[in-house]
Design a binder for this molecule. Structure first.
Ligand code: G6P
Length: 596
């Protein structure tokens, strides 16, 4: 979601801004723009669509030492050039990520003072308000001006600012939206995340809420409450910043394949240290929160923790949890799951549960992200940078951590032996490869042209199907619905006929006969069935039950969900590819959702 880049330094800002914007593309956007100083004037160039469209309009021969850039994911106002950033009012030009909640009130005040507006955005109002404070301040003291703005603005914002009369300074301020400052040699970058400049600098600063940054080519000042503060300098970990697509046509496919080698990495990191992971059985209540794929990982976590830990676990969607009545206290553990570590809804839940003195544990991929910094304890999922919007390896990394937390308890409750557990996890990479290399051609031909696909399963398989259904929706734009197979007869079966299709997962052994009965009810109505089930059942499941089948290797229940999701990722990928979709950057979606 909206990406910000800013550059001040000895080199030409124009290619730096474009390169930075391209690195932020994965966040999701629908228009892009830059503003830069050229011969003491500010030039603004914007374009709807991809960054390539913006690039075509830029004359890279022009030299500039200071500029800002933006990828916009529309919130207020349609996807038009007029609404895209940068916005300019009076002497001020800005790019913004977040939502200014009181922009309507501020707009009225500013209109009374003579300001007029060209766009439908909250950002233009923020820009006008900064200009208003700027005009009021005789010395143009930017630290005071921006402090006044922050005291007036309600909502979330990371803002980068250039000022017509100050061609040698770049300004930033932030609250509840991420912003980082990269320190190079005679050049300073600002961006929504470090991937935008990770190969250009060795140190960076994470701007905290209500802080202002005043940057020149080789100096930075961080100001909080009117006072200068010495920020913590962090070192870039280049190992985690590789976003090379290698030989793969899409990042998503690369990331699906990577899952097998990642398991080996996680095995070295966690498998030999299971007992060092937190013992979560000491809490009276466990809540798990997340959004999208992270929520689904939390649901799998619930089944595993309940099974192996004998503890009740409840899972919540963060955007709901943040407003619902809570019955939690210091005996509650809230487990927060997030790939990006920046999801606004999830972040807001942490602030809320801390007011109840509940304990927090993060299962987070992005190190030093806002969520990672907000929770009491964090377990990093070590999936590496995930570029494709549709999450794959980050999801399996979250399942891996949940399985570890669960079997840590299972070692005591279920008499699991370490040798047995280790053997299972060591087999997993090879099993993943086997599943990836199965033949999905017939299945893709059967499915790709449907407008609706049902995803069915029971118990933990149902949760896996929720994730499979989300993958399909995200990248192929086919409508799909996941449903517990046993629930079909209470309504949805009325939709089933010769024109419908269902993918059914049956890997929870004691429930397979039940799911097969549900399949037969669908077959009787002409529905096409793709069955995903265990490879030890090849002789016992009648051929009449399915039109296509994928046999998944049977493994221990605590790792089976990791294996089970692989065919669903591939099915979604293959269908989206056959339909010619933009797989890595699906329309309307953002990788990092920093607004509510
Ligand atoms: C967005 C992404 C999803 C992701 C969700 C939660 O919607 O497109 O892929 O699952 O946010 O993101 P998080 O970074 O908190 O895991």
């Amino acid at each position: 979601m909206c990406g910000i880049i800013g550059y001040i330094g000895k080199n030409n800002a124009l290619p730096k801004l474009i390169e930075g914007l391209k690195k932020l593309e994965y966040r999701g956007y629908d228009s892009a723009g830059i503003a830069y100083f050229h011969k003491n004037n500010i030039k603004i160039i914007k374009s709807v669509g991809r960054i390539q469209e913006l690039e075509k309009k830029i004359c890279f021969k022009e030299q500039s030492q200071l500029g800002i850039g933006h990828t916009r994911w529309a919130t207020h106002g349609k996807v038009t050039e007029k609404n895209s950033h940068p916005h300019q009012v009076g002497k001020i030009t800005i790019v913004h990520n977040g939502i200014l909640e009181n922009y309507q009130d501020l707009k009225k005040i500013l209109q009374e003072k003579g300001y007029s507006f060209k766009s439908d955005t909250d950002t233009e109002v923020a820009c006008a308000y900064i200009d208003y404070e700027y005009q009021k301040n005789p010395l143009h003291n930017m630290s005071e001006i921006l402090k006044n703005c922050m005291n007036t603005f309600i909502g979330s914002y990371a803002i980068a600012i250039i000022v017509e009369e100050i061609p040698n300074q770049l300004f930033v301020m932030k609250k509840d939206s991420p912003l980082v400052i990269g320190l190079g040699t005679n050049e300073i970058y600002v961006a929504s995340d470090i991937s935008a400049f990770a190969d250009k600098v060795s140190n960076y600063i994470i701007l905290e809420d209500m802080e202002i940054g005043i940057l020149t080519t080789n100096e930075y000042q961080i100001i909080k409450n009117g006072k200068r503060k010495m920020p913590t300098l962090k070192k870039i970990d280049t190992k985690n910043q590789s976003s090379d697509k290698k030989q793969f046509p899409h990042y998503m496919l690369k990331e699906i394949y990577e899952q097998s080698e990642k398991i080996q990495l996680w095995n070295t990191k966690y498998l030999n240290h299971i007992m060092e992971l937190p013992d979560i059985s000491k809490y009276k209540k466990i809540h798990i929160i997340g959004c999208g794929t992270a929520y689904h990982a939390g649901m799998i976590g619930k089944y595993l923790l309940e099974e192996y830990g004998n503890i009740e676990v409840n899972v919540f969607i963060a955007s709901e949890y943040r407003y619902q009545k809570l019955f939690i206290d210091q005996n509650t553990l809230v487990i927060v799951v997030s790939q990006s570590g920046e999801t606004a809804d999830t972040l807001s839940c942490i602030k809320r549960v801390q007011q109840y003195k509940a304990h927090t544990l993060g299962i987070i991929n992005t190190e030093d992200s806002s969520i990672a910094r907000s929770v009491e304890k964090v377990i990093y999922t070590k999936a590496g940078q995930e570029v494709a919007v549709a999450s794959t390896k980050a999801y399996t990394s979250q399942l891996y951590i949940f399985s570890m937390l669960a079997i840590r308890l299972g070692i005591i409750n279920h008499n699991l032996t370490l040798a047995e557990i280790k053997n299972t996890y060591h087999q997993l990479p090879q099993k993943i490869k086997e599943v990836i290399h199965k033949n999905y051609d017939n299945l893709t031909s059967l499915l790709w042209n449907y407008n609706n696909i049902f995803y069915l399963g029971r118990n933990i398989d149902y949760v896996t199907m929720m994730e499979g259904s989300l993958k399909l929706k995200e990248i192929s734009y086919i409508h799909s619905e996941a449903m517990p197979a046993g629930e079909l007869k209470h309504g949805t079966i009325s939709l089933m006929n010769e024109e419908t299709c269902a993918i059914v997962m049956a890997t929870k052994e004691e429930l397979i006969p039940k799911t097969i009965s549900n399949i037969k009810e669908l077959k009787a109505r002409g529905t096409k069935i793709v069955l995903l089930t265990l490879d030890n059942l090849t002789n016992s499941i009648e051929k009449e039950c399915y039109d296509e089948v994928i046999w998944i290797p049977k493994m221990a229940p605590y790792v089976q969900p990791i294996l089970n999701v692989i065919p669903l990722q591939i099915i979604a990928y293959n269908i989206a590819k056959k339909r010619g979709c933009d797989i890595d950057k699906p329309r309307n979606l953002a990788k990092s959702v920093t607004v509510e």
